[in-house]
Design a protein around this ligand. Structure first.
Ligand code: CA
Length: 364
């Protein structure tokens, strides 16, 4: 008995001794991934989030897990990120989900929808509401796991060669505007064009388009839109808080050790919040520079906004009638948004309004 016990214990110890080193090595394999971005390298804000994430992942794994970030066009064009992740060309992508509105309008709920959520509300819907659950259910069909990987904050309404004083001024306007918002604008006579960020300037300069929306002052100034269009409208009612997404191939995710999955997820979460901070910190000075060099800042009139809101409701209704998943996501988002709007209209709104008055010198 004693001998048998000795062998048994020795056996276990032997197994532990033999397996401990390989087990550790197995948890830190060398892995190299490629990430394809929808954005040009010139945009440190939106493109930079993927680089920041990749740097953190490398640091946290002692350079064992490396994600090489490629700009739009280096591997695939900016609007083909979904396909590249879905078909395994790359392990990861960085993109905005509403670019794939043409494949299925339900994609937009992973990014932004007209008259939808603010950045904080979007975060709350994704993490505390049903946002992640519903979008993950949808993305599973594409073999993609979607993660929040940035939010630009509320966007501007874009650059126009001529003033938009009335709803009629939108008629016949050729505008670079993304999928869902384009469908809404089309109801008011706009001819929407889907063009990747890096290609907008050339189209506006050549006069192929009359107007373009991108993000906000910091990015828009970098892309030079102020040089080719004078009127800068706000707000971008189609993007109250647009989320940028990290797409991970489900197969690639499944092949990662658990600790790499945790590191990657944490690095994406960090870059997600940092993107909003970058925009919030850089937009004010950029806006001042734009106005100082001749940009004409204009709010959309209430009549224009009301017409857009009504057109958006029509698109929601028509799309929901044909697409059950879209309808489920829309109804869930609206219920969440209405509660959020109620809460945000109390402390946040009054605080923001008061501070804006103080800034203008109107508060006593
Ligand atoms: Ca935009």
């Amino acid at each position: 008995m004693q001998r048998r016990d000795f062998i048994k214990h020795g056996g276990i110890a032997g197994v532990l001794a033999a397996s401990s080193a390989p087990a550790f090595a197995q948890s830190a394999p060398e892995i190299k991934w490629r990430l394809t971005s929808s954005f040009p390298k010139s945009l440190d804000t939106i493109y930079g989030a993927a680089e920041q994430m990749a740097k953190r992942v490398a640091e946290a794994t002692d350079n064992k897990f490396q994600i090489h970030v490629f700009a739009a066009g280096e591997i695939v064009p900016g609007l083909q990120v979904l396909d590249a992740v879905q078909n395994g060309t790359v392990e990861m992508g960085h993109t905005v989900s509403y670019y794939y509105f043409g494949k299925d309008p339900a994609f937009a709920f992973d990014a932004a929808v007209p008259f939808g959520l603010s950045p904080r509300q979007m975060n709350a819907w994704m993490t505390e509401g049903n946002g992640t659950k519903l979008t993950r259910e949808f993305f599973a069909k594409y073999n993609v796991l979607n993660f929040p990987l940035g939010n630009t904050g509320a966007q501007m309404g874009g650059w126009y060669r001529k003033e938009i004083k009335t709803v009629a001024d939108l008629k016949g306007l050729k505008m670079r505007i993304g999928g869902f918002a384009g469908a809404v604008m089309a109801k008011l006579g706009v001819i929407p064009q889907q063009i990747a960020g890096g290609d907008i300037y050339a189209s506006l300069e050549k006069g192929t388009i009359d107007a373009a929306e991108w993000v906000g002052p910091y990015d828009d100034e970098k892309l030079g839109f102020n040089k080719v269009a004078k009127y800068y409208y706000y707000p971008g009612w189609w993007e109250g808080g647009p989320q940028v997404s990290g797409y991970v191939s489900q197969k690639a995710w499944g092949s990662l050790p658990k600790n790499y999955q945790a590191i990657l997820q944490a690095a994406m979460a960090e870059a997600h919040t940092d993107m909003t901070s970058k925009y919030d910190a850089r937009n004010p000075t950029a806006l001042k520079r734009l106005v100082a060099t001749g940009t004409q800042l204009r709010p959309f009139s209430k009549a224009v906004l009301d017409a857009c809101y009504q057109a958006a409701l029509e698109v929601y209704e028509e799309t929901g009638a044909k697409n059950p998943m879209f309808k489920r996501m829309y109804e869930d988002m609206v219920k969440f948004r209405d509660e959020e709007t109620l809460w945000f209209s109390v402390a946040d709104r009054f605080f923001d309004d008061y501070m804006a008055k103080v800034k203008r010198g109107g508060a006593k």
